[in-house]
Ligand binder design. Sequence first.
Ligand code: TA6
Length: 294
Amino acid sequence: MEGGLSDIGHGQGGLEVVTLRHKSGATAEVYLWGATVCSYKTPDGKEQIFCSPKAVFDGKKAIRGGVPMVFPQFGQADKAMAQHGFARVSFWKLSSLVDKTDESRAVLTLEDSSETRKQWGHQFSLEYIVSLTASALNLTLRITNTGPAAFDFNALLHTYLRIPDIEDARVCGLAGRQFIDKTRGEQSEMQTESEVALPRFTDRVYAGDKPEVAHVVVKSSGTAILALENRGSIAGKAKEIDIVVWNPYEEASPGDLPPPAYREFVCVEPGLVGSLHQLRPGQQADVGQKITPV
Ligand code: TA6
């Protein structure tokens, strides 16, 4: 990297990893495997992202933690495709890495291939812009339909945010949204409380309600620790961004998330996932999240 501090090297499991180093001292790491951001540290060296101590870096399994990329499906409605789609279990390419005074930015790309077309017969181009500044990490997934026919998709950034303890955490800014509670038979409920506590296994899909940036604040023991700007657009028009809130607790912790690791994160996941969305030939969609430690 000419003159800059950011570079690409080999990380856990020998997998290629881009390390963004901003002149403020802030750093971020994004693996080409799944375009998975696995670390974001503020200039004081404090880690903001959670990765499981048992995350597997073998280029076969999705990395447990960080910010896994969900595309083209959320969940596994289509059994021909992996849970949450193939984007997080594909090797992406680094298309640019630029260090500027105010920002260090990596752009990763993934195009359709014979492998993806076996699972999902559409042509697409994904571009993931990872932008690090002194004060924030800004993530943008851009989806382009490069084929001759429209396709339906979901997309989501599955962000694992590091927190002191799940029982002291609150997710604020979702009041007034309907949500599907996946721990209670997909029951639909209204979020009336201004703060969402997670005292037990929580798996909720909060439906987007306004076509604008959705501001969410994560608190710990009553103090704001993270400010999140969540956004989505289709064909240049702002969309209502859905927000998934998840913590498995012990009962739903997968094998690569040994208890009590669940205590150290809350997932706040912006996406276009409440329903399938259509992208016509040549059209683009964006899903983004700006993470600003307070
Ligand atoms: O975060 C929401 C969710 O869809 C949960 O239902 C749970 O399945 C989680 O994603 C983790 O999924 P994964 O495939 O990464 O184990």
